[in-house]
Design a binder for this molecule. Structure first.
Ligand SMILES: Cc1cc2nc3c(=O)[nH]c(=O)nc-3n(C[C@H](O)[C@H](O)[C@H](O)COP(=O)(O)OP(=O)(O)OC[C@H]3O[C@@H](n4cnc5c(N)ncnc54)[C@H](O)[C@@H]3O)c2cc1C
Length: 674
């Protein structure tokens, strides 16, 4: 017999009892599985509150249930927890270990085990003769990081670099000190461990534009095979071998749970005129549930997808918690021959026979280049850094942003992703632990999106300049959410305090092709001092206006019958500071809202722009070699010449897959060494 304390009070009626019996019955299988022993008798206790009645005995398929005065069910939570711990342990054991002793020299050194770095490490070590060192500043990924709904919590851990932008009054003005929070992953898997798992590729026009900028080999027809190569596509409804891959490392699926709100929103979008479809297929625009980089309802990071399966490769060494501080050049200062790094307070110099590959992301890669003397001459000289190569490093900083706080309330629905709701319905947690289904499988609350071109809204073939991202909760979903973005406490309490327990959804109207570009500069020669991040959002007024138009489209959706059935209304407690600009609902008011609560979508990119030698703003050539320097390549979000109309993780995977292969062949690594 097993007696375990109950986790939840069952209601005071027989339906509660029946549910408890069903519950227990379902649990028995899990119990058998996790304990490895069959137990067919359980004493269960149902709390019937005041009534103190004695439920009847029940028997079902060999499962005998005795119901004395008090019942403690709870095989279910325990088996769920055991299942979770078991999976977690297996995951930890699957990650390639830290290399205790590093060699003096490798064929390749990769800096950064993020989205791109893991791909490159995998593909390079396919060649058994090449010894590869992958260096990561962060630590091991753990299984808690794989629970989709709590993605935002990871930003409060050491797995985040915790960047902040330079203060501004033009954007993020409603956040503490006018600074935007820019989290970046510092962990095995990099930002693919912190991200919201939304998997979008962008439109053919995005990549044809890259090619038109002089980047031979990066047009849509060139990159599509690499997008397919990434994928193990698991959405049967959209099966199409012209667009999808089925034997790649990264699993793509739909989240296994949908809220009633997202269903209504999707329907409303169709009522309004949008077409439902596969935005990673033939038509980039329209409405859809999110395709996500998850495997069986859990995060599938680049670490899990690309490194776990190759744990046994002897030619891959990984140095975790190791921070690269500088590049090492040969005597002529024209070739990179290695890196300096710090690991457990000891400094090392490691050499690379062939290439050093920077995959440290759009902030750290330019920082490392500039610290090493590759960057804008005047800027480096101002910090007394000897200039090795004068290149426009740190310019062309791009991001996707949305107006925060666009919220709609509905009549209360049956279930909610609010943290307090989940904590009082722990069955939701146990369910996810055991089956990876239910609300916890929604990545950070994000469920659906619309890609649209404002001038040709309903045309599924159009090149999107706007996205509406649907989130099935509001700013009251989680008490930490305000801290993720860094809301000014007073402004938040005044504006969003009245949200209380309202049942809400949010829409992020997101600018997809911003004209405004920012810059990253060094603040110090010390590699541990964060660089100055100047996003320059809204330098061009049309960027702001597009977001305002996006808010208006979201309002039009709220008026459609399917959302009206839920009693949808826009939350309209105004931001006091914005009433000076115009009444609530005016373009001026909404523009102010976007400037107060400027939500980054975390797509920082472009700071080591790819372009031909004829482009004075380019840092790497189309084969990702740093202009004028041999032995050095960049493979990460920083090479993006123009941000695609897409979330950036899939494009970065594509860059990783595309990089170590030739421009013509797939899966053959041969042009890295030249
Ligand atoms: C909170 C958040 C949510 C996001 N949500 C989504 C989403 O839902 N969908 C989407 O498509 N995109 C999303 N993104 C963006 C996407 O994850 C990134 O564009 C992508 O991961 C960038 O990959 P990368 O390889 O360029 O850099 P990263 O993945 O950031 O990897 C860089 C790695 O280098 C390491 N590193 C840096 N400097 C050094 C050094 N000096 N020495 C050693 N190691 C170093 C870092 O620790 C990190 O592990 C999100 C990002 C964040 C942060």
């Amino acid at each position: 017999m097993i007696y375990i304390k109950s986790y939840a009070r069952v209601e005071e009626d027989w339906s509660g009892l029946i549910r408890a019996l069903q519950f227990l019955y379902r649990s028995s299988n899990a119990c058998v599985r996790t304990n490895g022993a069959y137990t067919d008798w359980f004493d269960i206790r149902i709390d019937v509150g005041q009534r103190n009645s004695r439920p009847a005995l029940g028997q079902r398929d060999g499962l005998m249930i005795r119901a004395p005065q008090s019942i403690y069910t709870d095989i279910y939570p325990v088996s769920s927890l055991l299942n979770f711990l078991d999976e977690g342990t297996r995951q930890l054991n699957s990650e390639p270990p830290d290399q205790p002793v590093l060699l003096r020299e490798y064929d390749f050194i990769i800096v950064g085990a993020g989205t791109a770095g893991c791909v490159v490490a995998n593909r390079l070590t396919e060649m058994p003769d090449w010894k590869v060192l992958l260096i990561e500043a962060g630590q091991t990924e753990n299984y808690v990081m794989d629970i989709p709904l709590i993605a935002n919590y990871l930003q409060f851990t050491d797995a985040n670099w915790r960047y902040r932008t330079k203060p501004s009054e033009k954007y993020c003005a409603g956040f503490e000190n006018g600074r935007c929070h820019w989290p970046r992953g510092k962990v095995m898997g990099g930002s693919s461990v912190l991200n919201y798992m939304i998997y979008t590729r962008g439109a053919p026009d995005d990549y044809n534009n890259w090619k038109a900028m002089g980047n031979e080999g990066w047009g849509w027809d060139d990159v599509l095979p690499y997008f397919k190569k990434i994928e193990n596509f698991n959405i049967p409804k959209f099966n199409n071998t012209d667009y999808h891959g089925y034997d790649g490392y990264l699993n793509i699926e739909h989240a296994p749970y949908r809220t009633s709100k997202s269903k209504a929103w999707i329907k409303a979008a169709q009522e309004y005129g949008f077409t439902y479809g596969d935005y990673n297929g033939e038509n980039p625009s329209g409405v859809s549930y999110l395709q996500v980089s998850m495997k069986n309802g859990t995060r599938h990071s680049s670490n899990r997808a690309y490194l776990h399966p190759i744990r046994g490769r002897k030619n891959l060494h990984i140095a975790k918690a190791s921070f690269v501080t500088k590049l090492i050049f040969d005597n002529s200062n024209t070739q990179v021959i290695g890196v300096e790094l710090e690991r457990r307070n000891i400094k090392y110099k490691i050499l690379a026979k062939k290439d050093v590959i920077l995959s440290a992301g759009a902030i750290n890669t330019p920082q490392l280049l500039m610290l090493s003397g590759i960057g804008p001459r005047d800027h480096l000289e101002s910090l007394n850094i000897p200039v090795i190569q004068n290149l426009q490093v740190g310019y062309n900083l791009m991001d996707h942003i949305a107006a925060g706080g666009v919220q709609y309330f509905v009549i209360p629905q049956n279930t909610s992703i609010r943290t307090d709701y989940i904590l009082s319905h722990l069955d939701i947690v146990f369910k996810w632990m055991r089956t990876h289904k239910g609300p916890l499988s929604i990545p950070g609350g994000c469920e659906a999106l619309i890609f649209l071109n404002l001038e040709d809204k309903f045309n599924p073939k159009s090149w999107p300049d706007l996205e509406l991202l649907f989130i099935s909760g509001g700013l009251n979903t989680d008490p930490m959410l305000r801290r993720n973005f860094g809301f000014d406490e007073q402004i938040f309490t005044r504006t969003y305090g009245p949200l209380g327990n309202l049942d809400l959804f949010m829409v992020f109207p997101m600018l997809m092709r911003p004209k405004s570009k920012g810059r990253i500069i060094l603040r110090s020669r010390n590699p541990k001092v964060h660089p100055e991040l100047i996003p320059n959002y809204f330098e061009y007024p049309e960027d702001l206006q597009k977001i305002v138009e996006g808010i208006k489209v979201s309002m039009a959706l709220a008026r459609q019958p399917s959302l009206q059935k839920l009693g949808t209304k826009m939350y309209d407690v105004p931001i006091q500071e914005c009433l000076e600009r115009g009444p609530f609902g005016s373009d001026e008011y909404f523009a102010c809202q976007a400037q107060m609560f400027t939500f980054t979508i975390y797509h920082q990119s472009g700071t080591c722009k790819m372009g031909p030698i004829s482009d004075p703003t380019a840092v790497v050539d189309p084969r990702l070699r740093v202009h004028g320097i041999s032995g050095l390549r960049i493979v990460d979000a920083s090479i993006i010449p123009e941000i695609p109309s897409s979330h950036t993780n899939a494009p970065v995977y594509m860059i990783g897959e595309r990089a170590p292969t030739s421009s013509k062949k797939i899966g053959v690594i041969h042009d890295v060494v030249d």
